[in-house]
Design a protein around this ligand. Structure first.
Ligand SMILES: Cc1ncc(COP(=O)(O)O)c(C=O)c1O
Length: 416
């Protein structure tokens, strides 16, 4: 039995068959499958413990509280940070929203954003601040010289996708974070696609915060992590209040707990913490170096094999570090829904089709809607209920025709 077969046996879903064909799962960028130890850890909480945390002194509550905090310590060791720096969130999106909301950004604050940003990174910041896309070379890699030029405009924050869910390309986060720091800007990194595949140590990255999801790294859905450096933590405030975030409340005032607890309002995903810890143990037992090597090998194979098939138009990330994520169009086929369904229902192959949640990047590579964007208009949307009509002006909008229009910002209109 090869290692691959042994690992396969750990994932019960892979025992399923579709029309006599065993399942081939190619959708790990959306969510990974869960190995038995993660399922067991989650089930153990519900079966044997089931109590709330940090709210009682009975045995079951203390057991759950200890396990929850032990999971935090385990995740902190995985990331090379202190347990106090690890906030348990619902997912990457939640973590990025905590940063965007907690920083009290003003509409005229400048945020620099990688063009491959997932909507989870883009939208919380676009809704609050003035976003400019990071300049990229023709092959899509970040133009570091032009980036340094933009930094001279004193952005408040640089938002970086560590690994793109569309092209699999890794951004040079270490260099970018160092440059940002030199210019007094904070950096937040969307690490949803990197933490599952590489050893990501926050101190080595030099970023101020990273966010990722448990469910993309073999863990349960509904739990994620926001790891925040102390400098950023000192500048943020919690925006969700409630049980769990205060040390003291009386009729006149309340006293917030310290991080990370001040960011974890309400009963958290306790079973998720049990499962996430098991996922980290599972990955560490495989060895993150081996996981990364396997990912690189798979990426080479994937791109080499796709390159041999001229009916595929592959979104090529160009040279440099990339993960085993590949996006492609099938030449001559506009809608891949039926193809994805046929692959699934007739061959047991599960792959992603449709909208990729990083639409500006897809558009710019594929030459659709807002391709070849100069810095895209990022006026925060209003709550207006009227519907926009497709833009006919030469300044193309990032918005799809059926979303709410942005309120024109007269100040910006005069400066652009
Ligand atoms: C790069 C990236 N960022 C953020 C997300 C959002 O993750 P979640 O839905 O778990 O919040 C994803 C999910 O696909 C992603 O690929």
């Amino acid at each position: 039995m090869t290692m691959r077969d042994t690992l396969r046996a750990d994932f019960p879903v892979l025992r399923r068959q579709v029309d006599g064909m065993r399942v081939t799962y190619l959708d790990s960028a959306a969510t990974s499958l869960k190995p038995q130890p993660v399922i067991d850890a989650t089930t153990h909480y519900y079966t044997d413990v089931s109590a709330n945390i940090h709210r009682g002194k009975h045995m079951l509550s203390e057991e759950a509280s200890d396990a929850y905090e032990a999971a935090r310590v385990r995740v902190a060791a995985f990331l090379g940070v202190r347990a106090a720096d690890v906030v348990f969130t619902a997912n990457t999106t939640h973590g990025l929203n905590i940063v965007a909301a907690g920083l009290d950004l003003r509409p005229d604050d400048l945020v620099l954003m990688s063009r491959d940003a997932h909507h989870s990174l883009q939208l919380p910041l676009r809704a609050r601040a003035r976003v400019e896309w990071l300049p990229v070379h023709a092959d899509g890699t970040v133009d570091l010289d032009a980036y340094a030029g933009l930094l001279a405009r004193r952005p408040a924050l640089v938002a970086i996708t560590h690994c793109s869910n569309v092209t699999g390309r890794y951004a040079p986060v270490v260099e970018m974070a160092a440059l940002a720091r030199e210019h007094g800007a904070l950096t937040v990194v969307d690490a949803a696609q990197s933490v599952p595949h590489r050893r990501v140590l926050l101190p080595d990255l030099g970023a101020d915060a990273i966010a990722f999801s448990g469910h993309k790294m073999l863990g349960p859905t509904g739990i994620g992590v926001l790891a925040i450096g102390q400098e950023l933590a000192a500048r943020m405030r919690p925006t969700a209040l409630g049980g769990g975030v205060v040390d003291w409340v009386d009729v006149d005032r309340w006293v917030l707990r310290r991080a990370p607890h001040r960011y974890e309002a309400g009963t958290p995903h306790i079973a998720g913490a049990y499962g996430l810890r098991a996922a980290v143990d599972y990955l560490d037992a495989l060895g993150m170096t081996e996981v990364a090597d396997h990912d690189r090998w798979l990426a080479e194979l994937l791109y080499a094999e796709a390159g041999k098939r001229d009916y595929l138009a592959v979104l090529e990330p160009g040279p440099g570090e990339r993960s085993a994520t590949l996006s492609a169009a099938v030449r001559g086929v506009d809608d891949l829904t039926e193809l994805a369904r046929a692959l699934s229902d007739s061959y047991g192959v599960m792959c992603r089709s449709g909208h990729l949640c990083a639409q500006p990047l897809v558009d710019s590579i594929a030459g659709t809607r807002c391709c070849a964007c100069p810095p895209i208009s990022t006026t925060p949307p209003t709550t207006s209920t009227s519907r926009s009509t497709p833009s006919t002006s030469s300044t193309r909008s990032w918005r799809a025709p059926d979303v709410q229009p942005a309120r024109p910002d007269p100040r910006r209109a005069t400066t652009r």
